[in-house]
Design a protein around this ligand. Structure first.
Ligand SMILES: NC(=O)CC[C@H](N)C(=O)O
Length: 305
């Protein structure tokens, strides 16, 4: 497959794309990002890699981090995690409170905010230096020790914490949060603030390729086959919140989006791919990012289906 030709064709096709999306402003620091930024990186299992546009600019990975924190929690706690979080799509926005009340503080899945907040609580209980150790895990799997938190983004989100604070308080009332609420929020906002570029993201997500056995030299990162399979299944069914069905329908790959405008997706056998374009559609997913990935699987005729 000539991926560089495919990416070039996509670039030409999207030149006339009318983007109706809006950059997220509910975290004011994210609102400062240039909406015209656009990058793609594709990392293939044969070792080749292809970049386009601003593929090396770092941005706030936001909810993409939920896949990485979950991976670490599952490595540490295994199946125990599923006593506190479900594995079903929520059919609701990422920050919705309603289901949590009905379902007694057990989040539907680990990729909505409530689920990621429980994962954060688990990591705080399990790790001696939670923020340092999560960051180290991300640096190791991306094989880049320069990756860091963006303290401005984390502080900006803490200042506007009200909805995430409500979710955490409600779950604490149901007994599903063990640590101090502000400590959980501080950890969660830091994980969301991690700044990475498309290339680093595709590298980090190689841990889900080849049944978790893509690169056995990344010892700290290797997931067992069952875990890689399960996390890919969750990305496919829950990675885009209310739009997970649409993403499976039009793209057909496991993936995860973030309100920083990034999307990472992967084909378990062939590649991981990251796209970044800040304007979001009304479900909080990058509008152009979704289009690019749709074109990628359409043109290559490769998807998990
Ligand atoms: N969908 C997202 O990327 C949301 C993450 C963001 N930090 C929030 O909690 O609102």
């Amino acid at each position: 497959m000539d991926y560089s030709k495919v990416l070039q064709e996509i670039k030409e096709e999207i030149a006339t794309f009318k983007n109706t999306g809006k950059v997220a402003t509910y975290i004011p620091e994210l609102g400062k990002v240039d909406p015209s930024k656009f990058g793609v990186y594709l990392q293939c299992t044969d070792g080749s890699g292809y970049g386009l546009g601003d593929a090396l600019d770092r941005f706030s990975i936001q909810s993409i981090s939920k896949v990485l924190s979950l991976s670490l929690a599952l490595k540490l706690k295994g199946k125990e995690v599923w006593k506190r979080i479900g594995v079903e799509p929520s059919g609701d926005p990422f920050n919705s409170l309603v289901q949590l009340e009905y379902e007694k503080g057990i989040p539907r899945n680990p990729f909505i905010n409530a689920g990621a907040l429980v994962v954060a609580d688990i990591l705080i209980s399990e790790l001696k230096n939670p923020k340092e150790e999560l960051l180290q895990f991300v640096r190791d799997i991306a094989e880049d020790q320069t990756i860091d938190y963006d303290e401005n983004v984390a502080a900006s989100e803490m200042k506007h914490k009200f909805r995430n604070a409500s979710l955490t308080h409600l779950m604490k009332d149901f007994g599903n949060i063990n640590n101090n609420v502000d400590e959980v929020l501080d950890f969660y906002f830091h994980q969301c603030s991690i700044a990475m570029n498309c290339k680093q993201l595709t590298q980090a997500f190689t841990i889900f390729l080849n049944y978790g056995k893509y690169d056995l030299s990344k010892e700290a990162a290797v997931l067992d086959t069952m875990l890689a399979k399960r996390i890919n299944a969750l990305m496919l069914t829950c990675g885009f919140y209310d739009e997970s069905g649409e993403f499976a329908f039009s793209v057909g790959l496991p993936g995860k989006s973030g309100v920083g405008g990034g999307i990472v997706a992967l084909h378990p056998k062939y590649y991981s791919v990251a796209v970044w374009s800040p304007p979001l559609n009304e479900n909080g997913n990058s509008e152009l990012g979704m289009k690019v990935l749709e074109l990628l699987t359409t043109k290559t005729e490769i998807s998990v289906f």
